[in-house]
Design a protein around this ligand. Structure first.
Ligand SMILES: Nc1nc2c(c(=O)[nH]1)N[C@H]1C(S)=C(S)[C@@H](COP(=O)(O)O)O[C@H]1N2
Ligand SMILES: [Mo]
Length: 199
């Protein structure tokens, strides 16, 4: 017998491919970001919608919450090697949001603009994935300030740095643009199953 054994999570035992290579499962939900946590005046907070849309506009919180709410249960994978299964997020599905915002067929990328100038961009196919959403709640409770309140992106098929917290604008673009972590060495493709971690 080895001096200790690490118990394999039954969800991984049942489906080993569910945990991407090099990842370790955690039960806690770590907090990870660059810079500070915003303290928004929610009465004045607005989400701007820009770029390849029929008309640019902005939405206040009430308008945002009036969009059809959906729930997504997804796994998240941080590039620093922790993964967390079965995260239950509530918000508006990104495909639904894009359609309601009048996304033009010329849109090929979505750039998320956040608090303190943080940005990240995903290809339109990643954003339109049925599991991708703009989330305002987790486990039925509003997102905590550290996890992105009042609104964050959740892009489950990519490493979690593509899931931008504290969204301030969504820009539909014809061209890609490297974001904060991508300029600092992270791999723009960010596919956890291909271990696209760093350049
Ligand atoms: N605005 C903003 N969003 C961000 C980041 C950041 O620095 N700023 N970091 C990303 C990274 S690297 C990770 S792993 C996740 C962590 O989300 P969590 O703190 O809710 O676990 O947020 C992502 N979204
Ligand atoms: Mo991360």
């Amino acid at each position: 017998m080895p001096p200790f054994t690490r118990r394999v999570d039954p969800r991984v035992a049942a489906d080993p491919a569910r945990l991407p290579p090099g990842q370790v499962l955690t039960g806690k939900w770590p907090v990870l970001h660059y810079g500070g946590v915003p303290r928004y005046d929610l009465d004045r907070w607005r989400l701007r919608v820009l770029g390849e849309v029929e008309a640019e506009r902005s939405l206040g919180l009430a308008e945002l919450h009036a969009l059809p709410e959906t729930e997504v249960v997804c796994d998240i994978h941080c590039v620093t090697t922790w993964s967390r299964f079965d995260n239950r997020f509530q918000g508006v599905g990104f495909a639904e949001f894009a359609q309601r915002m009048g996304m033009r067929p010329t849109a090929r990328f979505v750039e998320f603009h956040c608090f303190q100038g943080f940005t990240t961009t995903v290809p339109i196919a990643t954003a339109l994935d049925p599991q991708a959403l703009l989330a305002w709640a987790h486990d039925g409770e509003p997102l905590s300030p550290e996890h992105g309140h009042p609104l964050r992106a959740v892009m489950p098929r990519r490493y979690f740095w593509k899931s931008a917290k504290w969204l301030e604008a969504v820009e539909f673009r014809t061209e890609d643009r490297l974001g904060f972590w991508e300029r600092n060495g992270y791999n723009n493709a960010a596919d956890p199953w291909r271990e696209e971690r760093y350049w």
